[in-house]
Design a protein around this ligand. Structure first.
Ligand SMILES: [Zn+2]
Length: 474
């Protein structure tokens, strides 16, 4: 059962952490391991130990000023340097300035040598403990990759597993949200979970529909699994991510397929604490009166699946290089908008009911408020890529007059009314992802950010969006 806090959403409460309050570098969830063999329980124990140290590395990365690039290096200098030296552009190096002023690459496996040796040892013990040959092979590969920064073989082995393993471990410098210059440098993260078979079947069925609908775009293999995640660390903990999809490399995804992991325990928590209270706060009562909390929770899983399923379909080989610091903003918004378009097509094919489609739209709008509200009110500055995307999406719909306020709340629009505008937005974003330059995408983002004063600061919405607005882009 979901117990929903029936008061105002967390992002409006301006909660502040007490001074000196230490946050642990990982987060745990209660997940029963009773059905596992003793050998598999031991493997899980070792993977949990590994995850805790990953959390420590992630904290060092975040707490070290200019971790990825030297403070005095301009974008132009770095771009020129990348051209002559591949290791400077590697996701797995820090760029440092030598005494002779030249730039040099310091590999993660050297910088974090001590911690990575520990993590690798724990992963290796887990590999020795498990009796599942697929998991065993992958964990052995992972334990090697962690100490030499060569992850491709391990990642592709994981993506290509011919069945979902009971235990799933995602560990490594796999994301780049903290690289505010170029969206390249890897952030360490970890998640360990146990397969949830009934939900995995449900989600895979949706993904198969999605691939069929989008076949004209590309034809990638996409598999999905839902895990009851028992521990997570790094970016997944910080951003409270509810899913991830790998590989990030578009060429690898095209050649070898992609694999989605949904963190069911985290997702349930985010729905309970963030999504449902936000839906109740931003929409007029009569537009959401027919949605039960349980139905909203299920619809949120649909939204999430369609967003994640869009990642392999919406990435282009040189996108990061062109869009640089705007890459994540464009990419995440594109996947959300595309997911919503697919939801509409699934409704037309009677895979989703009209009510489910409405709930998916309500969840999409709630996520806009959550991401932007946490960025602005909770001052979670690392959420900037999501906050910017939220602003673009909101302004877009607002200016198309698809959103209507009533008594200081929003009326949930009819999905039919909003689908045209969503498809246009998806088209713009797809253009930027496919072909735009850094200058073009910057002016696209800026154009919508200026409109933001008209929308989020609109007096009609003040009751649900009370903050003073500042430009996001400077
Ligand atoms: Zn995403």
């Amino acid at each position: 059962m979901l117990e929903i806090p029936h008061d105002i959403p967390h992002w409006l409460r301006r909660e502040r952490k007490n001074q000196g309050e230490e946050e642990r570098p990982y987060r745990e969830f209660d997940v029963s391991l009773e059905h596992l063999e003793p050998s598999e329980k031991r493997a899980v124990g070792y993977l949990k130990d590994a995850t805790k140290i990953v959390g420590e590395i992630s904290d060092i990365q975040k707490d070290t000023p200019e971790f990825s690039y030297p403070a005095d290096a301009s974008d132009e200098e770095l771009i020129a340097a990348f051209q002559n030296n591949d290791s400077l552009r590697s996701p797995y190096t820090r760029v440092i300035r030598k005494p002779d002023r030249s730039l040099s690459a310091l590999p993660y496996h050297q910088h974090f040598k001590v911690q990575l040796a520990d993590i690798s040892r724990h992963v290796n013990r887990a590999a020795d403990a498990t009796t599942d040959p697929l998991l065993k092979r992958n964990l052995h590969l992972l334990s090697e990759a962690l100490i030499n920064d060569r992850y491709q073989e391990q990642e592709l082995d994981w993506v290509g597993q011919r069945r979902p393993t009971t235990i799933n471990a995602i560990i490594g410098p796999k994301e780049s949200y903290n690289d505010e210059k170029f969206s390249i440098k890897g952030d360490y993260l970890a998640a360990v979970g146990i397969l949830n078979e009934p939900l995995t079947d449900k989600v895979q069925e949706l993904i198969d529909w999605m691939v069929r609908i989008q076949r004209q775009r590309k034809d990638p293999k996409i598999t999905a699994r839902v895990d009851d995640t028992l521990i997570l660390a790094g970016a997944i903990k910080d951003f409270e991510w509810t899913a991830c999809t790998y590989p990030n490399d578009p060429q690898d995804a095209k050649n070898y397929g992609s694999k989605i992991t949904i963190f069911n325990t985290m997702h349930k928590d985010v729905v309970r604490r963030k999504i449902i209270p936000t839906i109740k706060a931003i929409f007029t009562e009569d537009s959401i009166s027919e949605f039960s909390d349980q139905e909203l929770s299920e619809a949120s899983l649909v939204w999430l699946t369609l967003h994640e399923g869009s990642h392999p379909l919406a990435s282009y080989p040189d996108e990061t290089e062109r869009l640089r610091s705007y890459y994540h903003t464009v990419n995440e918004l594109q996947c959300s908008a595309m997911g919503l378009s697919v939801a509409y097509q699934l409704y037309e094919r009677r895979v989703l009911t009209h009510k489910q489609l409405e709930m998916v739209l309500a969840i999409h709008l709630a996520r806009i408020f959550v991401d932007y509200g946490e960025y602005e009110l909770q001052e979670k500055r690392s959420l900037k890529p999501y906050a910017l995307g939220s602003v673009i999406n909101f302004d877009y719909w607002w200016n198309q007059a698809e959103l209507k306020p009533k008594n200081g709340k929003l009326v949930l629009p009819d999905p039919e009314q909003i689908i045209g505008a969503t498809e246009t937005l998806t088209g713009y974003l797809d253009y930027h992802a496919r072909a735009s330059s850094f200058t073009d995408v910057k002016s696209f983002v800026n154009r919508h950010d200026n409109f933001r004063r008209l929308s989020f600061a609109n007096p009609a919405l003040k009751p649900i969006f009370p903050m003073d607005t500042r430009p996001l882009v400077v």
